[in-house]
Design a protein around this ligand. Structure first.
Ligand SMILES: Cc1cc2nc3c(=O)[nH]c(=O)nc-3n(C[C@H](O)[C@H](O)[C@H](O)COP(=O)(O)OP(=O)(O)OC[C@H]3O[C@@H](n4cnc5c(N)ncnc54)[C@H](O)[C@@H]3O)c2cc1C
Length: 480
């Protein structure tokens, strides 16, 4: 992320719509400016807050610098070398850092949980990285019935910290993902009943590009900023405090859900694709939530292991109701295995370890949406999407670099869209019809840091075809 300077420098809507725009400025003295800015920051802030890369004389001089860079989920993001990293302890540290970045006109990036799959979204070369590692406080206010979080908390930590109080935020489905999810909208197993994660914002502390801090709510003078942050990502400011609605999910002992997962072999893929569509069209129960993914793993002997997983959860302990709600998935044969039973929300929050081993690998992502309009065209579209993905996985020319690939479907029911609208809307702003958010993930083998032309072309073929045979709603993002 780098910065353009808005002019005039007044605190208007223009400032925060111009901030954090991804433009690289060809500054000949950029790295000198950045070093100077880092040195200034070390004077302005506690020296331990600003850390530089290790020097050859003293490899231990870097503190957390190296571990912060190398802990990014996508290996491609560990390849950047910021001139320094600012580890804020408070919002005012972020204000000081942003004022210096703004005045010095240097590039910067922001990292919370570090889980972005997008190259360059949470790190920067010759710039300043603001890494939230130390701001991970979370608390529940029973009077306001809200949860307050700092950016470095991850969803598993959030659920664990609040479990005894029986509440949870509408967070992610994989426990080690971080709060950047909120700014992207956020898909949770609580979403069908409670909206996108960001629909649950109550109050946000936001440091603007010039270092000014504002508190944005749905009704105050920063209401437009507030709405922009519901799905607008990192373009509008740096959030240092999230206050969100609490959901009363119960404690570990409260087995008030029924569900789990069913694993299918390739012989059931077509039936599963049809079941995803049927469920998306027919289900009106906001207490039901699913995540279905198709996965393929290249084994050491260059053979492929393919499977699919339907993760099905119902916020109702009744097994018979579960069987009715999820009948399209339960009737599919053959299956490999099932793990269905009574669950607490805490169980669910830790039930999805990452689909396949991917931390620290190079990652390539793409996303789109599939409508669920009635008719044979839609059914064919879901099947075709899965077939295109199977064709991608069977391209043996890719096996020397391919570790795993996943195609994931998350139905977005009308109930979820309605909640968002009732709470002032978000910038995802989907039409009022159920659809599927679809993600295509390619994980490269350990240590692979560049992508071959074969891989790029195979992805291109996939992207060309997956949009061709169905009605597409406004794409969320095509690919990166
Ligand atoms: C395995 C996996 C599972 C996932 N599961 C889900 C899921 O269930 N639901 C879902 O909705 N998404 C999911 N995602 C996507 C995830 O929400 C995004 O990748 C999210 O951006 C990660 O946030 P983070 O804080 O971990 O990452 P980071 O990489 O630290 O941040 C992501 C982006 O947000 C920006 N950002 C972070 N914090 C701030 C801040 N405080 N102020 C301004 N900008 C900020 C960063 O600059 C970066 O561009 C998943 C991703 C993966 C790889």
């Amino acid at each position: 992320m780098s910065k353009t300077r808005p002019a005039p420098m007044r605190l208007t809507a223009r400032i925060y719509t111009f901030v954090l725009i991804l433009v690289t400025l060809p500054l000949s003295s950029a790295s000198d400016n950045t070093t100077l800015a880092c040195n200034n920051l070390q004077t302005l802030l506690d020296p331990s807050v600003v850390q530089f890369p290790p020097t050859s004389n003293d490899p231990n001089s870097a503190g957390n610098y190296t571990s912060t860079i190398t802990s990014t989920w996508n290996l491609f993001n560990a390849e950047f070398t910021p001139t320094c990293i600012v580890f804020p302890r408070t919002s005012s540290d972020v204000q000081v850092a942003m004022k210096e970045i703004f005045d010095s006109d240097v590039n910067y990036a922001v990292k919370a949980g570090g889980h972005s799959a997008m190259k360059g979204w949470n790190n920067v070369d010759n710039g300043i990285l603001i890494a939230f590692d130390y701001m991970n406080h979370i608390s529940y206010d029973p009077i306001k019935d809200t949860i307050t979080m700092e950016p470095a908390i991850r969803w598993g930590e959030a659920v664990t910290a609040l479990e005894s109080q029986g509440v949870a935020p509408v967070g992610g489905r994989v426990d080690d993902v971080g709060t950047g999810l909120l700014l992207g909208g956020g898909l949770s197993f609580l979403s069908p009943a409670h909206g996108f994660s960001a629909d649950n914002f109550v109050e946000l502390d936001v440091v603007l590009v010039n270092g000014t801090m504002v508190t944005a709510t749905q009704t105050n003078e920063y209401a437009d900023l507030f709405k922009s942050l519901k799905g607008g990502g990192n373009r509008f400011g740096i959030v240092t405090r999230y206050e969100v609605r609490a959901v009363h999910v119960g404690t570990k002992e409260d087995k008030n859900w029924f569900g789990g997962s069913i694993m299918y072999p390739e012989a059931s893929f077509d039936a599963l694709a049809k079941a995803v569509l049927q469920y998306t069209q027919d289900n009106n129960d906001p207490n039901a939530a699913i995540l279905v993914y198709f996965g393929a793993l290249v084994l050491p002997d260059n053979t492929l292991f393919s499977f699919a997983m339907a993760n099905l959860f119902h916020n109702n302990p009744s097994e018979s109701l579960f069987n009715i709600t999820f009948s399209p998935f339960l009737s599919i044969q053959p299956i490999i295995s099932t793990t269905l039973g009574p669950l607490s929300y805490h169980d669910i929050a830790f039930s999805l370890t990452e689909p396949l081993p991917s931390n620290g690998h190079g990652q390539l992502f793409g996303a789109t949406v599939l409508s669920s309009s009635p008719g044979s065209e839609s059914e064919q579209a879901y099947i075709d999407t899965v077939h295109q993905w199977i064709n991608f996985t069977k391209n043996e020319a890719l096996y020397s670099e391919l570790n795993t690939t996943v195609l994931a479907f998350t139905p977005i029911p009308v109930s979820q869209i309605v909640v968002g609208r009732q709470r002032g809307g978000n910038v995802i702003d989907p039409p009022l019809e159920a659809y599927n958010a679809v993600q295509f993930q390619v994980t490269l083998k350990t240590g692979i840091k560049s992508v071959s032309r074969e891989m790029e072309e195979a992805r291109e073929v996939f992207f060309e075809k997956w949009g061709s045979s169905f009605t597409r709603i406004t794409p969320l993002s095509k690919r990166v």
